[in-house]
Design a protein around this ligand. Sequence first.
Ligand code: Q9C
Ligand code: ZN
Length: 350
Amino acid sequence: MLIVHNPLQASHAGRHEMFRGRLVPCHETPERFEQVMAELARRPVGPMRTPLPGHEAADDARLARIHDAAYLAFLAGAWDEWLALDAANAALDILPSVWPNHGLRRDVSPLNFSARVGLYGFDAGTPITAGSWSAARAGAACAMDAARAVAAGQVRAALALTRPPGHHAGPDFFGGYCFLNNAALAAQTLRDAGAARVAVLDIDYHHGNGTQTIFEARSDVLTVSLHGDPRTEYPFYLGHADERGTGAGLGCNLNLPLPAGTGFETWSDALQTALAAVRAFAADALVVPLGVDTWEGDPISRFRLRSDDYLRIGAALGALGLPTVYTLEGGYAAAQMGVNVVNVLAGHLD
Ligand code: Q9C
Ligand code: ZN
């Protein structure tokens, strides 16, 4: 198992997210990354590195295939725009507070900065800070590097320690603590390196709405997600069982929503359904957006998985026998997060 880690992850450190009328401290913190690194130092699973140089141009071109050019330009320039409004903004994070919902137009190009933030951001829980763009871009580079190593047969499996996470980010939107869709970029990298069919099996607590939206009309990428039922759980407006893909991609999306309170027995029955779909698709490679916010002690999620369960999850994923890229998604009980992530990797290896 190769580990590719993001040297710039700490430069994305939001201060506050909006929650029930209050600004509360961000759940998605640099400490999460540090806890995974610390557990990997205690229980090594293979070589560790930052992305190999020499692929910057290809990576940028691939970013522009998954995300819209205007969206990428917005992310790259948002902090400078924010400072230009008022130098005192340096002490604050950017959060949207107005959105083009309910009959308002998305096809306009607002000059107002707040209007531009709301055009792209779909919640008020995902702050943009001074270092968010460089951290997200470097994290995406980890995902593409990991996919290249797996595609070249250098390793059978790799984990990209992507922070910020990615699976809620879509072609032209950020939210759910995500800016660039690392898992989609890994899947596209595998496709570009010759895998004809790629499966994305998302096991984060939250539905991977960004990944579904990116691939919903494509038949070369299967998207499967196990997650808290969006009737009660974030991101609410996507992730329902009746979403099966569109156009040429019809039948290439499978959502397996589970009620809040679900424990490992029920969860692993759904995992078997997901694995059967991956096998039936005859995928050449697998991408696993790995969130450990399914853990029983997660502060913002409501499944009941235990730390030992992650060993079995890794073993079940490894038994598919596919070249596999893991991306790091959610998990907000930072102190237990390293154990849970490394358990998946250790299970995959055994
Ligand atoms: N203030 C991922 O796991 N809001 N994103 C929760 C708590 C958003 C989770 C409300 C949760 C997003 C990658
Ligand atoms: Zn999550």
